[in-house]
Write a protein that binds this ligand. Structure first.
Ligand code: HEM
Length: 474
């Protein structure tokens, strides 16, 4: 056991204030602030968030050390207010402490949800939703260029993909009059507004006596409403057994092991799919389109690839993706510059460990600045330019992308995400001509939110290509 005085903690950029520690430094966007601090203090440094020790890592070499040799020691999650209220008291996959229950959930979801076999079963849903997205856009711009705000179209796409996998029905974008869909959408949006790394009160016992009560009350209210919605979907499926949905499969497991696969566990899985799997993918599509609009020659190159590989007799599908390396490289380059979760999801050490020669005590929060790793000039040539070609040339950094994290707690939904994003992007480029709304470049600054959104929602001009007239009318 290292005694408190002798241990060598990672350096701090500046002295901590009493009580608040370094919290006053944390101006949003957090990943940028933390990157600046790492320029001062190096690839591993420590901060105090109120009473908690936080270690921030910002180089690929140190990240690798965290998630290979220290992977088990760092596989825990800090307990946050969100995890308590929205994450069913820390019992869902994203927020559960490392241990038996997490391992069960992870195994279950790997087999039942994220395996290639399962993803293939739901492939027709993704093709169908992609086509519905194209139809929606087509109505706006079939004969000439029209100006469209794409964010709601992309978020309907990913939400419907997930709700159809989970519950067998679309819930979004079916018209203003659909009260159920609207309520559900509002609820999810509201939950997202309570996001971010967590509430300052998680680090300040003192704050819990002030406005924390309201924060807690609000979270309890939305989580209660969400719980009722999810329960409603389960009850519906219970009356309609035999449908090929995720809930139905889980209800099957409930019959054989009722004490483990309770309704609460099933609702937790649904909640995680809705919250971890939708916004992350739709913001990635929006970032990709934004970057491409600023580089029309790359958009043309992608379209030429699609025309060559897919032609104009049919829509691009998921099995084409492996033959579309340039589209794949666009997705990689988008996730390099605009990772949807720039600080991954916070980890916590469950035992004392050593990282880069420093002592990291049990109970330390670990933040991984993937955004900074992806822009490290030591690894990437010209790190801030959007250049999908770097992946063709096998630039030295290419195996060093970590948008989905690393190790045992890395994103289990990465394959699903890559399929949704690749198919959406391929379809949008194959079927429409795209232009910026004016001369000036699309603004690429990032706004606030759980998953890193564009500060200004993307608006673009688009026009249907000839092949779409043919393909949507036959
Ligand atoms: C572009 C899209 C996505 C990105 C960038 C992304 C990124 C991430 C990252 C960085 C983590 C945390 C890794 C860590 O803790 O070190 C994570 C965890 C997770 N993601 Fe994703 N994700 C995406 C899509 C999805 C999808 C589509 C799903 C499911 C439908 C999903 C489900 C999860 C779950 C359940 C976890 C928690 C895993 C655990 O704690 O064991 N993600 N994701």
């Amino acid at each position: 056991i290292v005694n408190r005085e002798k241990r060598k903690l990672p350096p701090s950029p500046v002295a901590a204030f009493p009580v608040i520690g370094h919290l006053h430094l944390l101006k949003p966007p957090m990943h940028r602030t933390l990157q600046k601090l790492s320029e001062k203090s190096g690839p591993i440094f420590s901060l105090r968030f109120g009473g908690r020790l936080v270690v921030v890592v910002s180089s690929h070499a140190v990240v690798e050390e965290c998630f290979t040799k220290n992977d088990v020691a760092l596989a825990n999650r800090p307990r946050t207010t969100i995890g308590k209220y929205i994450g069913y008291n820390y019992t869902v996959l994203t927020g559960a402490p490392y241990g038996e229950h997490w391992r069960n959930l992870r195994r279950l979801s790997t087999v039942e949800i994220f395996s290639s076999a399962r993803l293939n079963v739901f492939q027709s849903i993704r093709h169908d939703e992609s086509k519905l997205m194209l139809q929606k856009l087509y109505r706006k711009c079939k004969s000439d260029y029209a100006r469209v705000e794409v964010r709601p179209i992309f978020s309907d796409l990913t939400l419907n993909n997930i709700t159809r996998m989970v519950a067998g029905k679309r819930l979004f974008g079916q018209g203003e009059d659909d009260e159920e869909a609207r309520q559900f959408q509002d609820l999810i949006k509201e939950i997202f507004t309570y996001g971010g790394i967590s509430s300052p009160a998680d680090f300040f016992p003192l704050l819990r006596w002030i406005d924390y009560q309201d924060f807690q009350k609000n979270l309890a209210r939305v989580s209660g409403k969400m719980d009722a919605k999810l329960q409603g979907l389960i009850d519906e499926q219970r009356r309609n057994r035999g449908s090929n949905t995720m809930i139905d499969h889980l209800l099957g497991l409930q019959e054989s092991q009722p004490e483990y696969y309770t309704d609460k566990i099933i609702k937790g899985i649904m909640m995680v799919m809705l919250l971890a799997g939708t916004d992350t993918s739709s913001v990635t599509i929006e970032w990709a389109m934004s970057a491409l609009l600023n580089h029309p020659e790359k958009l043309d190159k992608a379209r030429a690839e699609l025309d060559h590989v897919v032609g104009d007799d049919r829509l691009v599908n998921e099995s084409d993706l492996s033959k579309l390396p340039y589209i794949h490289n666009i997705v990689s380059e988008t996730m390099r510059l605009f990772p949807a979760t720039p600080l991954l999801v916070p980890h916590e050490s469950s035992e004392d460990c050593k990282i880069a020669g420093y002592d990291v005590p049990k109970g330390t929060i670990l933040l991984v600045n993937a955004w900074a790793v992806h822009r490290d000039p030591e690894i990437w040539d010209d790190p801030t330019s959007f250049r999908p070609e770097r992946f063709e040339d096998g630039e030295v950094g290419t195996p060093k992308l970590i948008p989905f994290g690393m190790g045992r707690r890395s994103c289990p939904g990465s394959n699903l995400a890559l399929r949704m994003v690749g198919l959406a992007l391929g379809s949008l480029i194959q079927c429409f001509e795209w232009q910026r709304i004016g001369e000036e470049l699309v603004d690429l600054s990032e706004g606030r939110g759980i998953s890193m959104p564009k500060a200004i929602p993307l608006e673009a001009r688009c026009r249907a290509r000839d092949l779409l007239h043919k393909l949507l009318t036959t």
